[in-house]
Design a protein around this ligand. Structure first.
Ligand SMILES: [Zn+2]
Length: 385
């Protein structure tokens, strides 16, 4: 680290919790200019820990389990997240606190103040929330990064579109995600969907999730034999996985973006307002040493007709989002008279539990539909080549 960068970091981390947002933005811009977005995000994470917006307790108050699945050739995961168990209660409290502030200006078109808009910076309950805004594509598409107060892992950021715009999954989402990963290649970029009960989180405001170094199980899934197409610089394939998922891997961003975008739009067009997707994308090393680093992008198909099976609702009554669909179940702490038996199932039958939870949320994928989607993706990728 250069002495200049070291001094910038030190000065930033010494800023007190009540530092105005404008100052945070200016200082992080300097750090980004000196050493890139990942360095700026690292500083913001450390600063928010010191300011108490995120806490070690929240990061560590999690029980994590792993379940190797020799049949699938991957390891499913499960976390019982104590801090997140209180998430809904906390959100409700925030809304109530904000509603009592005189002159508080909620989002004009909604009865509830938006949980993601910039007015949350420094608001009651989020006094030390600060964000870092940037122009994603150099053409005025602005996002600001904030930390989620209830992280699934350390370095769990939410890039939020600066303009209050509803969540919408489209080819544009892929452009945004490629641009995000170009700026922060060590992160995973994830997206929840735009349909309630089909892998959505907050529908009212467009956002992604970015987690440093996160590789979720679905990325390691095998391809279904025969359900694969070559695309320029890589492959598109249906995965042998409990939830209908397609993986695009390769070195040519343009081909991957076009192929995955065509599949996304095709799937949505087959069930307007119901069919949607979750997205999970990482940078991956190129196939050969010295070649351009590649990408892995998984498109997980969702539809609200397919939800968590009734018998599993005691474990998980909320919807299943992108992290869970990607192979890591996030369960609240078991409570009530059945708690002991639920813990036994989690510990002893966790693999079956996680896979059933994911499978229940999968739309059926007959082979004719697989072919149609793969053909459409391969054609678009080939044209973009
Ligand atoms: Zn908003």
């Amino acid at each position: 680290m250069s002495r200049y960068l070291g001094a910038l970091r030190e000065a930033f981390l010494a800023l007190p919790p009540q530092t105005p947002q404008d100052t945070i933005q200016e200082r992080l811009e300097e750090i980004r200019a000196a050493s890139g977005l990942e360095e700026a995000l690292d500083c913001l994470h450390r600063w928010e820990l010191a300011a108490g917006y995120i806490t070690r307790e929240k990061l560590e108050d999690v029980e994590r389990l792993e379940f190797p699945d020799p049949d699938a050739g991957l390891t499913f995961r499960l976390q019982v997240n104590y801090a997140r168990t209180r998430y809904s209660d906390a959100q409700e409290k925030e809304r109530q606190a904000q509603a009592t502030v005189p002159g508080f200006d909620p989002v004009p078109d909604g009865p509830q103040p938006c949980l993601l808009c910039r007015h949350n910076v420094g608001s009651p309950g989020k006094e030390s929330l600060r964000v870092f805004e940037l122009d994603l594509d150099g053409r005025g598409r602005r996002f600001f990064f904030q930390l989620t107060p209830f992280p699934l892992y350390p370095y769990h950021f939410v890039p939020v579109l600066s303009e209050h715009t509803p969540q919408l999954l489209s080819s544009r989402s892929l452009e945004d995600m490629f641009a995000l990963l170009a700026l922060a290649p060590g992160y995973a970029a994830l997206s929840n969907s735009d349909v309630e009960w089909a892998g959505a989180s907050i529908l009212s405001h467009l956002h992604f999730q970015m987690l440093r170094g996160l590789r979720l199980p679905v990325l390691e899934a095998r391809a279904v034999p025969g359900a694969s197409r070559p695309i320029p610089g890589g492959r598109a394939e249906l995965l042998d996985y409990p939830l209908a998922s397609f993986r695009f891997s390769g070195t040519r961003a343009q081909a991957l973006r076009a192929g995955a975008g065509a599949l996304l739009e095709k799937w949505k067009s087959l069930g307007p307002g119901r069919n949607t997707v979750n997205l999970n994308m990482v940078r991956a090393p190129g196939a050969d040493q010295g070649s351009a680093p590649g990408f892995q992008l998984v498109v997980l198909l969702r539809n609200p007709d397919y939800r968590t099976p009734e018998r599993l609702r005691p474990f998980k009554s909320e919807g299943v989002g992108v992290v869970e669909a990607s192979g890591e179940a996030i369960l609240p702490v078991p409570r009530g008279p059945e708690a002991q038996e639920m813990w036994r199932v989690i510990r002893e039958e966790g693999l079956g539990l996680v896979k059933s939870l994911i499978a229940g949320n999968s739309p059926p994928m007959p082979s004719a539909l697989t072919r149609e989607l793969l053909d459409c993706a391969a054609e678009a990728a080939g044209a973009a080549g």
